[in-house]
Each structure stands twice: as structure tokens, then as C-alpha cells.
Design a protein around this ligand. Structure first.
Ligand code: CS2
Length: 491
């Protein structure tokens, strides 16, 4: 079948929304590192909606590892379909804001040239938590990270996002071009600060003069939100039927989307507010709320759900006890720890989250969310637990979430079969927990990973006992039985 492309675009069915601007006039203003499904269903969509106002904000999407996205999108002139779906129905829209795709390992020079180009005014990132090469417990650069060591040795041929950013900034400094604005769009607390901190430290390790230039780079924090499961072959097939042409890599998402940003863009930015983005002076309260309520619940339900045999988030929500557990976790344990957000309807936000998790039209796999737990847990569950401890308050449900991660990450499901655990620390976790059966020993092995738990949680006897209790219940009874014990009204 023919492919989606600039040429076939005008012939698509009427009902499909298309770019409302002339794509031939669009030029690159943003280089985005990590062009995965999330970016293509979020920032690229906000950008697509405002390109008609200013076509100089087109996106060059960079893959830091595989060639797959470029291979799919290049023959389509960067076009792809966004399918938005919930129980009520679906809409299809063609997104045109990505006008170039590059693969970093294949051609690092082209990526650096694009980033150093004066027309590039924003470098944004969705490289996932582990892409920051930082210690998740401290938020500081991991100076022994193999990619960091490599990039310090080979500045002109970097591998990591940090290495690319610093080398591109060095080139801009050398040619008298002002620094671009950095825009982290990953699920990290104060993501702009975390990015700035790792980039500054890396620059310092390279050269103090460069560090002084980097010190002035703007790096606003952002809170990003949209649930975007990995695209499946079934999605591709259904979308091809609707379009009448093939799209090798569409993205599928829920209707909800949210983007809260700090407005600090010295070289300008697209008018994203026209597409619904919200600019605030300080984003951290929004980020904490989202990370703790949405992502904390997501991880908890993903580990427990996976162990209980639920393939998707909606399946997990349907397990007896799950809704009560998640509702209680959000309402009783997380919400009291959140910074105040004047005029914000927290109860409404929690209710909306339950409805979003129940969206059975999205097949969001628990296994997908379960990935990289060692990088996710500190900001999703452990910070909340610390706040609860300080307040002398209970954290049973949060501890159960952490215990479920431990049961999952040791790599054996309830039938004794191996789990395909994807995590940068998977090898270390396997070595530490190999052959352990006793819950207390399992917990002690995990707690010794200080870049996840830090010394304070490793030493806390109450925390250790709560986790051992959780792991023991999960091992003895199984996750489904444990969940079913959570009774009570969902309020
Ligand atoms: C999820 C997030 O995969 C995960 O870990 O919790 O990707 C989640 O879907 C998004 O943060 C929603 O905005």
C-alpha cells in the first residue's frame, strides 16, 4: 500500500484533521532529543497547533539509539498519525511539526551541527529518567557512568544527551552564537534544575571557561502529562484502514493532555499557550503533584497488576481491591504531602486520574510502566514516604507499592517463571537477590542500593519492616489475594 507522505496528504479522507500550515515553509527551531511516542503525542502536537502563526519552530527529532523512528518517518516526510481514543470514540489527526529526523549514533556530526545552528533556539528532551546519567537518589551527575566517561574522552562523538548538549554549547560559544534554551520534558522533579545540574557538572569536568558559559543557560522546568502507550501492530493496521494509506509509526493516546512550563526562553518560543499550555512562575508544585499522584499510582498498580496477571492498566484497575487501594493511596497518603496549589481542585484531579486509568480503549501495558523502576521510584514513591515519616504518618499503601517493585524486580513471577525485567540496574538486582527466599533478606538486598534508597531509608527500621511485611504477603498469598484484602468505599 502507498505511504502517508506530503504527496498523499491531500488525498486522505475529509474526516482526518491535517496540518493547517504550508509545510514547505517550516524550518527547524527546535532540536528534540529522544523522539519517542510521548514526544510525538505531546510537545510535537502542541507545536503543530501553533506552527501556522510562526513556521520557524519546526522540530528536528533525534533518536539517541535506534534507527527505527527515522526509518519509519523519513519515507513519510516526517508525517504521522495521532489517534486519540477513549470509551466515547476516537479522532485521527496528521501531525506535521517534525520536519527532520536524525539518528545520533549514525551521524553525531549532523546532530551537533543542527544543535549549533543559530536557527535552533530550543533543545528539548524526552530521554527518560535514565537518560540523565544521574544518581536518582541525589539528582547529581553519575561521573562513573560509562556514557559520561566516553563523552568526556570523545567530545566530538558523544553518546549521551548531556554529552551532545555540552558539545553543542561549546560550539555555539566558539562561534559567538547565544546558547539555546534547554527544555527537559521528562518525569523528574524540577526537571529543568536536574538537567542544568548534570549539564553544568559535565561542562565543568571538560573546561572551566565552558562551565561559565553553561552557567547562564536557561533551563525552565516543565510538567508534562499525557498517557501514551507503545504503538502496536494492531494500531498500525486499524489506522491504515482509516487513512487508506500506510503509516509505519502512528501514535495512540488518551484525550487528556497537560503541559505546565516556566516561561524562561531567552531566544523565544512557540506560542504554546495558544494550544493550551500553561505558563507559571514556578512549576515544582505541579510536578510534585503529578509525579506523586499519577506516576506513583501508575507504578504501584503496574507492579501489583503485573504480578496478579493483569496485562493492561485498565485490567489492573478491574482487579478486586485495586481501585480502593489506589484511591486510598492518593487521598490518604499522597495528598497530605503535596504543596498547596491555590484554587486547584485536587479531588477533581484524583477522580479524573481514576477515570483515565480505567480507559480500556488504551491498551497500556503494566509491563511498559514497570520498566526502569530503579530510576522512577525515588520521585514517584520514596519522596512521599519520607514526607510521611517526617509527619509521623502511615504509609502502608506506598510501602506495598515499593514491596511490589521488589517482588517484580527480583525477576520471578508468581508461577516461578522469569520476568523480562528492563532496568539499568537489572543485572545488579539479579546478582544481589539471586537465590534469596526470605523476605527480610530480599528487602535488605534491595535497600543496599543507595542510589535508589539513599542511606536514610536504608537505615530506617520501620521502613524495612513494612517492606518485609509487604514482600512476605506478596510471596505467600500472591498479589491478587493481597489486593482483594483492600476493602472500603472509593470516595
Ligand atoms: C508512566 C508514564 O511509563 C510510565 O512510567 O507512568 O509514562 C505516564 O504514562 C505519563 O507520565 C503520563 O503523563
Amino acid at each position: 500500500m502507498t505511504r502517508l507522505s506530503n504527496e498523499t496528504l491531500p488525498h486522505l479522507p475529509e474526516a482526518i484533521e491535517k496540518p493547517d500550515y504550508d509545510r514547505t515553509k517550516v524550518t527547524v527551531g527546535i532540536v528534540h532529543l529522544g523522539i519517542g511516542a510521548f514526544h510525538r503525542a505531546h510537545q510535537a502536537v502542541f507545536t503543530d497547533e501553533v506552527l501556522a502563526r510562526d513556521p520557524t519552530w519546526g522540530i528536528c527529532g533525534v533518536s539517541l539509539r535506534s534507527t527505527e523512528t527515522r526509518d519509519a518517518l523519513a519515507p513519510q516526510d516526517g508525517l504521522y498519525t495521532l489517534k486519540v481514543q477513549d470509551g466515547e470514540g476516537e479522532t485521527l489527526r496528521i501531525i506535521g511539526s517534525v520536519i527532520e529526523t536524525l539518528v545520533a549514533p549514525e551521524d553525531p556530526h549532523a546532530v551537533l551541527a543542527r544543535m549549533a545552528d543559530p536557527a535552533t533556539r530550543i533543545v528539548s528532551l524526552t530521554v527518560t529518567e535514565k537518560g540523565y546519567c544521574h544518581n536518582p537518589a541525589t539528582g547529581r551527575l553519575d561521573e562513573n557512568h560509562p556514557d559520561v566517561l566516553h563523552d568526556l574522552q570523545n567530545p566530538g562523538k558523544p553518546r549521551s544527551a548531556v554529552g551532545f548538549i555540552v558539545e553543542a554549547l561549546a560550539r555555539r560559544r566558539a562561534t559567538g552564537v547565544a546558547a539555546f534554551t534547554l527544555l527537559s520534558c521528562d518525569n523528574l522533579p524540577s526537571n529543568g534544575h536536574v538537567l542544568k545540574r548534570v549539564v553544568s557538572r559535565f561542562a565543568e569536568l571538560r573546561d572551566p571557561g565552558l562551565a561559565a558559559f553553561v552557567a547562564d543557560v536557561a533551563s525552565p522546568s516543565t510538567m508534562i502529562d499525557r498517557i501514551v502507550p507503545a504503538t502496536t501492530d494492531a494500531d498500525r493496521a486499524a489506522i491504515a484502514v482509516s487513512l487508506g494509506v500506510d503509516d509505519a509509526w502512528p501514535v495512540v493516546s488518551e484525550p487528556f493532555r497537560q503541559w505546565v512550563l516556566e516561561d524562561h526562553f531567552p531566544l523565544g518560543r512557540p506560542a504554546w499557550e495558544e494550544a493550551g499550555a500553561v505558563f507559571v512562575p514556578e512549576v515544582s508544585a505541579f510536578e510534585t503533584m503529578k509525579l506523586r499522584l499519577l506516576n506513583g499510582s501508575h507504578s504501584t498498580l503496574a507492579y501489583l497488576g503485573f504480578l496478579a496477571g493483569a496485562e493492561t492498566v485498565a485490567d489492573a484497575m478491574a482487579l478486586p481491591g485495586m481501585k480502593v487501594l489506589i484511591d486510598g493511596l492518593m487521598r490518604e497518603e499522597v495528598s497530605p504531602t503535596l504543596p498547596p496549589l491555590a484554587g486547584f481542585d485536587l479531588a477533581g484531579y484524583r477522580e479524573a486520574l481514576i477515570a483515565r486509568f480505567n480507559n480500556a480503549a488504551l491498551r497500556h501495558r503494566t509491563w511498559q510502566i514497570a520498566m526502569d523502576g530503579s530510576q522512577k521510584l525515588p520521585q514517584r514513591l520514596l519522596g512521599t514516604i519520607r514526607d510521611r515519616m517526617r509527619a509521623g504518618a502511615s504509609y502502608d499503601r506506598l510501602a506495598l507499592g515499593v514491596a511490589a517493585w521488589m517482588s517484580y524486580a527480583r525477576g520471578l513471577d508468581e508461577a516461578g517463571e522469569a520476568i523480562d525485567v528492563r532496568d539499568p540496574l537489572a543485572g545488579r538486582i539479579a546478582a544481589l537477590t539471586q537465590g534469596l527466599e526470605d523476605p527480610e533478606e530480599i528487602v535488605a538486598a534491595f535497600l543496599s542500593i543507595t542510589e535508589v534508597f539513599a542511606e536514610d531509608l536504608n537505615r530506617d527500621a520501620g521502613f524495612r519492616a513494612a517492606l518485609a511485611d509487604g514482600v512476605s504477603r506478596l510471596l505467600l498469598k500472591g498479589a491478587a489475594v493481597e489486593l482483594a484484602a483492600w476493602k472500603g468505599p472509593v470516595r
